[in-house]
Structure formats: structure tokens, C-alpha cells
Design a protein around this ligand. Structure first.
Ligand code: NAD
Length: 247
């Protein structure tokens, strides 16, 4: 039997890498994208292959529709099928209060987190939707608790972009409900990845307000992503699952 195929964006490190590793361990073959090239993807690919997965790694900017189309075409060429899409790649943009943010920052963040994500969802759904000859599938988008909190004085542009992701999930879930595709999101809180590095002291400042008093791990988010894509979640669509230790 053919193994299910999952495409994960932004999989060289952090949450995307953890999703890829867990998916490999659970029997998926993988197409993994990342920005910037170089050797950053090597560890993730090696770990997934060691778990038995066939892996296609594609350098692709999630903000570029052409790059995204190339990544999905590589999936077609290598595997001839796609069962799951995880839209994980995301950027915060520069930190600062709202009044010091610029249109350039808002456009750059929305380009990757919203426009590029929508583009990737279209690529996935054109292949999955049953009315287009697809066999159905699952999509999980990586949003953020920031969408509900606002990230004041830090990343309002980022929080607003994740609010758009939450709303996208609601619309896509309803449009795809008769097409064999479930569309959900995870909304991580403070997860221990490199994304916080730009703001020194951020973790120490925010952690006391997290009821569980610790950061989450990328692996804990990956477990939720794999749950939402699994048959165990067969009646779950349009959900945005908070993974924030109670925050
Ligand atoms: P990270 O910075 O550790 O990893 C980001 C990954 O995305 C890397 O593989 C990077 O190469 C890739 N990437 C970034 N921009 C890209 C682009 N334009 N095109 C393709 N790939 C790109 O971050 P992370 O913490 O693992 O974040 C992953 C996702 O989780 C993001 O969408 C982020 O907004 C979200 N998130 C993270 C947290 C957290 O606390 N870490 C909380 C909420 C949401």
C-alpha cells in the first residue's frame, strides 16, 4: 500500500521539523520546504529518512506563489499524490510598538503568513478536492495564540496576520466540507523554538502569565497537528486548537 504523503512548509527547524519527524515516525512520506537553502534542512531530512520516510526537500519561499507551485509540482513528480498539507512557515517581522511599524513590515508579514498560505492552500485543495478528481485529505495551518491576544508593543502585525489565518480556516472548512477535506488550525502559545530570539527577555516576561508556568515543546504541537490530520479527528473541521498551557 502506498504511504500517505504530507507537505510541510518551513520544516528545517522548530515546529515544522517536529511535525515532519513525527509524521515520518507515523508512516508518512514527506515533501519539506524551507527558505534560504544551505544545509539547514539536513538534520530533519536525515531523521525522517531514518524513520523510514521517503523525503523530497525543496527550497521554496512561502511568500512566493511560484516557489509554492514548484514545491507542489515536486510532490506530484516524486509521489503522485498528496494526503496532508501543513502550512507552518511563518514570520514575525521586526518587533516594536504599532506606531513604529511600517506598511513594508505589514506587507512582508502578510505576504508570507496570509497571501502565501492562501496560495499554498489552493495548490493543496486543487489536488485534494473530490469534485476535482482528488481523493480528499487534510489541512492544518499553524496559527498562534497571538491572534487572540494581539501582541501589543511587540508584533501587532504578526498577531493580525494569524487572526486572518483563523478566519481562513473557518471559510475553507465550510467550502471543503463536501469535498472530503478537513481544514483545521493549531494555535501555539509560547513554544520553545528560535522564533523568540529577536526579543531578549521575552520568554522570562511572558512565562509568569502562562498558567502551566513552562514553554511548550515543538513536539507537543506536532502531536496536535498529527491528531487533527488523523482519522481520530474525522468529525473535526474548522477548529482552531489552542496549545498554550492555559494561556
Ligand atoms: P522557527 O523560526 O523556529 O522556524 C520557522 C521555519 O519556517 C523555518 O524552517 C524557516 O526556514 C521557515 N520559514 C520562515 N520563513 C519562511 C518563508 N518565507 N518561506 C519558507 N519557509 C520559511 O519558528 P517556529 O517557532 O517553529 O514557528 C513555526 C510556526 O509556528 C510559525 O508559523 C509561527 O508563527 C508559529 N508559532 C510559533 C510559536 C512559538 O512560540 N514558537 C507560537 C505561535 C505560533
Amino acid at each position: 500500500m502506498n504511504r500517505p504523503v504530507m507537505l510541510v512548509t518551513g520544516a528545517s527547524r522548530g515546529i515544522g521539523a517536529a511535525v515532519a519527524r513525527l509524521a515520518a515516525a507515523r508512516g508518512h512520506d514527506l515533501v519539506l520546504t524551507w527558505r534560504g537553502g544551505g544545509s539547514a534542512m539536513a538534520d530533519t531530512v536525515a531523521a525522517c529518512e531514518a524513520a523510514g520516510a521517503a523525503v523530497e526537500a525543496v527550497v521554496a519561499d512561502a511568500g512566493s506563489a511560484a516557489d509554492t507551485a514548484r514545491a507542489f509540482a515536486a510532490c506530484d513528480a516524486r509521489f503522485g499524490r498528496i494526503d496532508a498539507f501543513v502550512g507552518n512557515a511563518g514570520i514575525t517581522g521586526p518587533a516594536g510598538d504599532f506606531l513604529s511599524s511600517t506598511d513594508e513590515t505589514w506587507e512582508a508579514v502578510f505576504r508570507v503568513n496570509v497571501v502565501g498560505l492562501a496560495s499554498a492552500c489552493r495548490e493543496a485543495l486543487r489536488r485534494m478536492a473530490t469534485s476535482r478528481g482528488g481523493k480528499g485529505g487534510g489541512i492544518v495551518l499553524v496559527s498562534s495564540r497571538a491572534a487572540q491576544i494581539g501582541s501589543a508593543f511587540e508584533w501587532v502585525h504578526y498577531a493580525a496576520s494569524k487572526g486572518a489565518v483563523d478566519t481562513m480556516v473557518l471559510g475553507l472548512a465550510r467550502e471543503m466540507a463536501g469535498e472530503g477535506v478537513r481544514v483545521n488550525a493549531v494555535a501555539p502559545g509560547m513554544i520553545d523554538t528560535d522564533i523568540h530570539a529577536e526579543i531578549p527577555g521575552r520568554i522570562e516576561r511572558i512565562l509568569p502569565g502562562v498558567p502551566m508556568k513552562r514553554m511548550g515543546t515543538a513536539e507537543e504541537v506536532a502531536e496536535a497537528v498529527l491528531y487533527l490530520l488523523s482519522p481520530a479527528a474525522s468529525y473535526v473541521t474548522g477548529a482552531v486548537l489552542p496549545i498554550g498551557g492555559g494561556r
